[in-house]
Design a protein around this ligand. Structure first.
Ligand SMILES: [Zn+2]
Length: 501
């Protein structure tokens, strides 16, 4: 009995120990799972806060966001200004819910500023978040409420310059085409014109019209979404590849142009059958000799050429905040002779947008570094305090400083003695490249007139890119327009020569 009791006691003790152990384990499990839940919760909270912060504008711009809709019924949409302080868009109305948008410059800023009904476009889209928000403080709202005035949301200042935009708009005249002017050291877009255009004041009635006419391209921003054969402006890229494959020297190059170049049964002709004769590299570039560049092209290492094009953002999204077209090239490691000859002179299957061409030009002018092109400068509250400033951002290096210097030298020769002599001016030295891009396989003489370039060559300030559809040669039609842009810019911002020089 004694033994049994003892055994019983031991068993009880064992059970108690087991229970205690189990309890400890359970407690530990509870603590562990509790802590895990806490950690998970903290992580999720951090993620949510971070996600919301990073995607705030995106979330806000979602058309289902009822908060944005509510704001648009409480405040007048913010005003959009040019860089020089002109009103480009404002809202008016007796009540916020029935407000309507006014664009004082009509067609002139159509694609750059865009519209805010029937979807959004241009600055109206890029700055939508800021144009609906309000930062002037409760006092102002209270004051406005007391006076039963409508409160206007924050204002957005753009980088656009009304005088340059006016010249670009007028110069393009009745032609279809595009013009973009950018400040090379900052990426600030000073002018952006696309034609045919539309009057954003009448977007409600025009919308119906454009939607019913499938041939209408008035709403298309040709600067960012137009895709054109680059024509001879592409010789800038062919040159870059030549430099990379030839120890960064073009001094040994020589070509004898008889007006055409035949290789493997394929023939490339010079523009209008011009015979350029015995020429070096700089002359090939300045006179834009197709035969000479096709001759370079057939010698290229396809893989290397493709790498150069990859580095110049072909076949990829451009660093730009609004929708833009992806540029295409036929060049890859399997490209045959026919296509490499066509590609080397910017014909065939290659396509590029004026924005992309302008970016490459800006990088050449800015020692190889591309600054992200942008339209927004800053956001100001109704009381005039700065809410947000958009600082210049680097978008990457497209070429070495040496390569940019070599291209600048060649592009300066184009103006001195090549296809862009109409750009010569006493007040500044311009550098650039013309293009006459054939686009019709049936009518041989139909070509788009291109020009892309910058000034001053020795200390570049602005880059100008122009395309005029079906106008003819770049030298005759695009260069005079570029001249008007440079003249306007350097009249307002004269080139100052350093006193020590
Ligand atoms: Zn030639």
């Amino acid at each position: 009995m004694k033994k049994t009791r003892k055994t019983q006691k031991n068993q009880n003790k064992e059970l108690a120990l087991k229970a205690e152990k189990h309890m400890k384990q359970s407690k530990l499990a509870i603590i562990v799972s509790g802590v895990s839940v806490c950690i998970l919760f903290v992580c999720m909270s951090i993620y949510m806060v971070k996600y919301s912060a990073a995607h705030e504008i995106e979330m806000f711009d979602n058309s289902y966001n009822s908060y944005a809709i509510r704001l648009s019924r409480e405040y007048l949409r913010g005003t959009i200004y040019s860089g020089d302080g002109e009103v480009l868009a404002y809202s008016e109305g007796e009540e916020a819910a029935s407000q309507h948008r006014v664009y004082p410059y009509g067609n002139m800023f159509a694609h750059a500023i865009g519209y805010s009904t029937h979807g959004r476009m241009g600055v109206e889209s890029a700055a939508n978040y800021y144009l609906l928000n309000y930062h002037s403080g409760l006092n102002n709202i209270a004051h406005a409420t007391a006076e039963s005035e409508l409160v206007t949301a924050d204002s957005v200042y753009t980088t656009l310059d009304t005088s340059l935009q006016q010249v670009a708009f007028d110069s393009l005249g009745v032609y279809k085409g595009a013009v973009i002017i950018t400040e090379v050291e900052t990426g600030r877009i000073l002018a952006m014109v696309s034609k045919p255009d539309f009057d954003p004041n009448n977007i409600d009635t025009l919308w119906e019209e454009f939607m019913n006419d499938s041939a209408s391209t008035n709403l298309l921003n040709r600067v960012t979404q137009g895709q054109y054969p680059p024509g001879s402006t592409f010789k800038i890229i062919t040159t870059l590849e030549y430099l990379r494959e030839n120890d960064h020297s073009y001094s040994g190059y020589h070509f004898n142009c008889g007006g055409s170049f035949t290789y493997d049964g394929d023939t490339i002709r010079c523009y209008h059958g011009t015979v350029h004769g015995s020429i070096d590299f700089a002359t090939s570039f300045a006179k834009s000799c197709n035969s000479s560049f096709a001759n370079m092209g057939v010698s290229f290492d396809r893989k290397s050429f493709q790498k150069t094009l990859d580095g110049l953002m072909f076949e990829e999204e451009l660093p730009y905040d609004l929708p833009s077209a992806v540029s295409h090239t036929a060049v890859n490691e399997d490209t045959d002779t026919h296509n490499i000859m066509q590609a080397s002179i910017g014909q065939g299957q290659d396509s590029i947008s004026p924005l992309h061409m302008n970016m490459i030009t800006c990088a050449i002018a800015n020692k190889g570094v591309l600054m992200k092109p942008h339209l927004l400068d800053r956001v100001e509250s109704e009381s005039g305090s700065v809410v947000t400033t958009f600082k210049p951002e680097e978008a990457g290096r497209l070429m070495t400083e040496e390569e940019s210097a070599q291209l600048t030298e060649l592009m300066t020769e184009v103006v001195k003695r090549g296809t862009a002599t109409r750009l010569q001016d006493d007040r500044y030295t311009a550098a650039g490249k013309t293009g006459s891009a054939e686009f019709s396989s049936t009518v041989k003489d139909d070509s788009h007139a291109w020009f892309t370039g910058f000034a001053p060559a020795e200390d570049p300030k602005i880059a100008v890119t122009i395309i005029i559809e079906g106008a003819g040669s770049g030298g005759e039609y695009a260069v005079p327009i570029a001249k008007r842009m440079f003249d306007q810019y350097f009249t307002v911002n004269p080139v100052t020569v350093d006193a020590e020089e």
